[in-house]
Design a protein around this ligand. Structure first.
Ligand code: 5RP
Length: 218
């Protein structure tokens, strides 16, 4: 099985968490794209979706799925999204696709976070994947200096502007032994919009695509 086939297995397996007539929280990325295809196959059974990015919104709409404004939806039963890394405590690094801020917002209104990954995303310690931090453009250099003080090696993601008009710093060289503590510290820096550590709001369910099919952990 290829990595994409494992992503597909995870994406389609997440359908079982979608309630009839519900509005579904939808993340961003190549694994989620498979979930969106799966949602398309039951589009007449759901009310629609709240989306975490322009890219996912476009794909949802192309399949005829209504996309609701997050401000018009009080809560979601379920939010389905991928991750760049996930540890045993179900803390995640996200934001490889630069959609971390909207992902955190949609995850915040969801009762259940279903994380869909292939097996390569499971790690013992977070930080091998560079940690994305979305920053207001004028704060880029200041935040980068502060991230160095926290032990990281921030690199400006050239040519990328987020859906919110901001920039991304990817922080290399971190061994994240206290994900909640680091999330708090980076969030507290002036000019940081969102850090791609999802520790305070981790995943509730993990679906891993494996060569044997989707493995569900509740
Ligand atoms: C986007 C994300 C994605 O969930 C993460 O990058 C995983 O992507 P993929 O499913 O393509 O491996 O956080 O901001």
């Amino acid at each position: 099985m290829t990595q994409d086939e494992m992503k597909k297995a995870a994406g389609w397996a997440a359908l079982k968490y979608v309630e009839k007539d519900s509005i579904v929280g939808v993340g961003t990325g190549s694994t989620v794209n498979h979930f969106i295809d799966a949602l398309g196959s039951i589009k007449d059974d759901i009310k629609g979706a709240v989306s975490s990015s322009v890219a996912s919104t476009e794909k949802l709409k192309a399949l005829g799925i209504e996309v609701f404004d997050c401000n018009d939806v009080a809560y979601l039963d379920v939010y389905v999204d991928g991750a760049d890394e996930i540890n045993a405590a179900r803390h995640m690094i996200k934001g490889g696709g630069a959609a971390l801020t909207r992902e955190k917002i949609v995850a915040a209104i969801a009762n259940k976070f279903v994380c869909i990954v292939d097996g390569s995303k499971a790690v013992t310690t977070l930080g091998e994947f560079p940690l994305p931090v979305e920053v207001i453009p004028m704060a880029r250099s200041y935040v980068a200096r502060e991230l160095v003080k926290l032990g990281g090696d921030p690199v400006y993601r050239e040519g990328v502007t987020t859906d919110n008009g901001n920039v991304i710093l990817d922080v290399y060289g971190l061994k994240i032994t206290d994900p909640k503590g680091l999330e708090d510290k980076i969030n507290a820096l002036a000019g940081v919009v969102t850090v791609g550590l999802f520790a305070h709001r981790g995943a509730d369910v993990v679906i891993t695509g494996t060569p044997e099919g989707a493995k569900v952990e509740e």
